[in-house]
Design a binder for this molecule. Structure first.
Ligand SMILES: Cc1cc2nc3c(=O)[nH]c(=O)nc-3n(C[C@H](O)[C@H](O)[C@H](O)COP(=O)(O)O)c2cc1C
Length: 211
């Protein structure tokens, strides 16, 4: 089969203005809950796009860990490529691809670091192996062999066999404060529904966009 012939109709139902919450975070959490209930694989997975100093974008998937009126939270290595990008330009874009529901959500916003207390709370809730892996991996750096990583992991496992593992200084979370959020629902005959929430002086304006 040719790639050009791969396509499908989107028929799960439309999105009407009357069905929208006036608050985009409420609308997002409503859709996220439906994605979880629909048992989508990795419903909290989102693509995070950042740009480097030259304006070159790069995207990667991370897991959303919290979403409320303050923003969208994820955790990562604070020396990683994404962290370096954010250091130079805090504007990021998030994307949720909920294919089975024929939906996507796009978020534009600004990243800020979480507090040490927030990092501690989440880090200590993670399985011990994940905590050790976070310490063992100098994320995004070049390594010569997998064995080095595994050796470091085993060394740390012995070191912290007893007692709590301290939160490494190079690990933590970001909160993306949204400036706009777009909801997309696939429609028949490619007449999809798109609604854009834009922040305007403390309130959210809602506009329908052409598909
Ligand atoms: C399903 C999935 C979930 C992931 N979740 C995270 C995450 O929560 N945090 C993270 O730092 N990397 C996560 N990753 C790995 C990232 O995609 C990426 O490879 C890593 O963060 C390094 O990105 P960077 O070099 O651009 O900083 C995940 C990857 C996948 C496929």
């Amino acid at each position: 089969m040719e790639l050009e012939d791969i396509r499908r109709e989107y028929s799960k139902g439309g999105l009407r203005r009357k069905d929208l919450r006036s608050d985009p975070i409420e609308q997002f959490n409503f859709w996220l809950q439906q994605a979880i209930e629909a048992k989508l694989l990795d419903p909290t997975a989102m693509t995070v796009a950042t740009v480097d100093d030259s304006g070159q974008p790069y995207q990667r998937i991370v897991l959303l860990k919290h979403c409320d009126q303050d923003g969208f939270v994820f955790y990562t290595n604070l020396g990683s490529r994404k962290a370096q990008h954010i250091e130079g330009n805090a504007k990021v874009s998030l994307h949720f691809p909920w294919h089975n529901l024929e939906r996507q959500v796009n978020v534009l916003g600004v990243a800020e670091k979480l507090s040490a207390a927030e990092n501690f709370k989440y880090f200590t809730s993670r399985p011990k192996e994940s905590q050790l892996a976070a310490i063992a991996s100098k994320q995004s750096s070049r390594i010569s062999a997998r064995g080095i990583l595994e050796g470091k992991f085993l060394e740390l496992k012995q070191k912290f066999a007893q007692g709590e593992i301290p939160v490494p200084s190079f690990w933590g979370g970001y909160r993306i404060k949204p400036t706009s959020i777009e909801f997309w629902q696939g429609g028949e005959n490619r007449l999809h529904d798109r609604f854009l929430y834009s922040q305007a002086e403390g309130r959210w304006d809602i506009d329908r966009l052409a598909p």
